[in-house]
Ligand binder design. Structure first.
Ligand code: C2E
Ligand code: CA
Ligand code: CA
Ligand code: CA
Length: 274
């Protein structure tokens, strides 16, 4: 470590060096992960609040590293976005999610799209072909985008969103409220659903600000005719609260943690009995 007391010093801290090495190794291993079948999807139930009915599942990506075990998507997705691997990985996610969900009667499947996928060519063609190949009716697919997808190059992205919606696919605005300009995007594109970030739901008990924010987003949704999903509902208190606020749907550990495809049948039975 040199240049003590200077900003540059930080770069040579042993922990930072170790962190950089880990990232580098992960990035390297990520390149072979798709071919080595190290990815799988897990599915988390989504429930509508008026009837407490299961409406579908969100597909979430998991990477089982042969030596390190499960690596969090919060760690490897940014790496895959940096090196562009998220394009083939995201295609695998979409095709696998559509094929898995096709036999689920009329339930929906929600798939996350990375901003990088919007900048790649042929996204609309890929979605069309994934639906056709799986035999999944477009109405049963929801695509989740965060505002970071809309930040740069938003004209082109909005055009692609219109094309996706023209297929009959539904489009959700994910992690609503944590970005800088979530509100302005509601004017630029007719989203079908707003997903209220779980940082608000998780702090309802202690933060009057969170209470006000969840209420305001729910009534905004109701005025705009947009569904509002409260994310990260873990307790009955949070469930009652977001229902009282006027949210139209929930997702969170209270109704179920993400589970492998093989356990979805059981999750459907359990939730239908609620
Ligand atoms: P997200 O899209 O906001 O997904 C919801 C995250 O919240 C998931 O974390 C889920 O497991 C977690 N979660 C759901 N309910 C609860 C709850 O009640 N309590 C708590 N504490 N957490 C809850 P996960 O699976 O670790 O995914 C993290 C993020 O990684 C996702 O956030 C999404 O941004 C990204 N991601 C996951 N799969 C994909 C994918 O296939 N493609 C892309 N582009 N991003 C993905
Ligand atoms: Ca999501
Ligand atoms: Ca989210
Ligand atoms: Ca998130």
């Amino acid at each position: 470590a040199k240049a003590k007391g200077r900003g540059a010093y930080q770069l040579f801290e042993p922990e930072m060096e170790e962190e950089a090495r880990r990232r580098h190794a992960l990035e390297h291993d990520l390149r072979g992960a798709l071919e080595a079948s190290e990815f799988h999807l897990v599915f988390q139930p989504q429930v509508r609040l008026d009837t407490t009915e299961l409406t579908g599942f969100e597909a979430l990506l998991r990477w089982k590293h042969p030596a390190r075990g499960l690596v969090s998507p919060a760690e490897f997705i940014p790496l895959a976005e940096e090196n562009g691997l998220i394009v083939p990985i995201g295609e695998w996610v979409l095709r696998t999610a559509c094929a898995t969900a096709a036999p689920w009667a009329d339930l929906t499947v929600a798939v996350n799209l990375s901003p990088v996928q919007f900048r790649s060519r042929g996204l609309v063609t890929m979605v069309t072909s994934a639906l056709a190949e799986a035999g999944l009716p477009p109405r049963r697919l929801e695509l989740e985008v965060t505002e970071t997808a809309l930040l740069d190059d938003s004209e082109a992205t909005i055009e692609i969103l219109h094309q996706l919606r023209a297929l009959g696919v539904r489009v959700s605005l994910d992690d609503f409220g944590v970005g800088y300009s979530s509100l302005s995007y509601l004017r630029k594109f007719p989203f079908d659903r707003i997903k209220i970030d779980r940082s608000f739901v998780g702090t309802l008990g202690e933060s009057p600000e969170s209470v006000a924010i969840v209420r305001t987003i729910a009534s905004l949704g109701s005025v705009l005719g947009v569904e509002t999903t409260a994310e990260g509902v873990e307790t009955i208190e949070q469930l009652d609260f977001v229902r009282a606020c006027g949210c139209t749907a929930v997702q969170g550990y209270y109704f179920g943690k993400p589970c492998p495809a093989a356990e979805v049948g059981r999750a459907i039975e359990t939730l239908n009995a609620v």
